[in-house]
Write a protein that binds this ligand. Structure first.
Ligand code: ADP
Ligand code: MG
Length: 231
């Protein structure tokens, strides 16, 4: 497996500002950030084979340096329940991508385990011109997008600060469990924040990072989409 430094220098050499989802997830894994299990399929047979190996349901996604927002162009297909569906999704995604941009370079199609639904959170990083990398935390969907219910800290953060970031959002009670829904694994989020802090401190070439969403369970969490933008 390629290391973070190798992946980042390759992208710089290729003059790519945005890492592929596969590259961003390999870097996450190296830093101990949990991600959905994935394989990169180069043809329909591989898509079926990897889907069988990962176990159903699976998700297929386009991997292309020319496509940043994958679902906007029909580049993501969820909840595929058998090999035949995975094969059809492979063809459908390629056709959707071609329709959108006939010149898009195709690296392959990501085959991923489908993370069961649960509470979604977001961990991000941006660079402050004065203080360097800053970390952001919030709950997924409307909490971040509409209510701007997020907390920030300058990196590096301590375990205590990670916990403060989580407890600092107004939606925090939702993570503690409500109306019979189970509590989320706060410690797993703390670990992800600390790992992200290490990552952005050690790789200052990363200008922006977006783990969105991270699905959090009673025990553990899984990053479903990861984006990293370089300087
Ligand atoms: P993009 O943000 O580029 O459109 P994503 O990878 O975020 O693409 O996929 C779009 C949405 O599909 C995600 O926000 C999530 O709701 C869902 N999704 C993607 N991958 C998975 C997965 N492995 N398991 C469960 N849901 C997923
Ligand atoms: Mg996404």
């Amino acid at each position: 497996m390629k290391s973070a430094s190798g992946i980042i220098s390759q992208a710089i050499k290729d003059k790519r500002k945005s890492l592929l989802e596969t590259e961003a997830k390999v870097i996450c894994k190296e830093y101990g950030i949990p991600v959905t299990r994935f394989e990169l399929a180069k043809n329909e047979d591989e898509a079926a084979q990897f889907s069988d190996a990962i176990g159903y349901p699976v998700v297929l996604k386009i991997v292309s340096p020319d496509i940043i927002h994958k679902s906007d162009i029909g580049g993501v297909m969820l909840n595929l329940r058998e090999a035949k569906e995975a094969r059809n999704a492979y063809k459908q995604i390629l056709s959707n991508v071609k329709k959108h941009n006939a010149k898009a370079r195709i690296v392959g199609i990501l085959v991923e385990e489908m993370a069961p639904a649960s509470t979604e959170v977001i961990v991000g990083s941006t660079k402050d011109p004065q203080f360097g990398p800053a970390l952001m935390f919030g709950l997924g969907g409307v909490f971040v997008e509409v209510l701007k219910d997020v907390t920030f800290r300058i990196a590096p953060i301590s375990e205590e600060e990670a916990l403060e970031m989580i407890e600092g959002v107004r939606a925090y009670p939702l993570l503690k469990g409500y109306r019979g829904s189970p509590p989320a694994d706060i410690n797993a989020i703390v670990e992800i924040l600390l790992a992200t802090s290490r990552l952005v401190m050690e790789h200052t070439e990363i200008r922006e990072l977006d783990l969105n969403p991270i699905v959090v369970y009673e025990k553990g969490a899984k990053t479903v989409d990861a984006r990293m933008i370089l300087e």
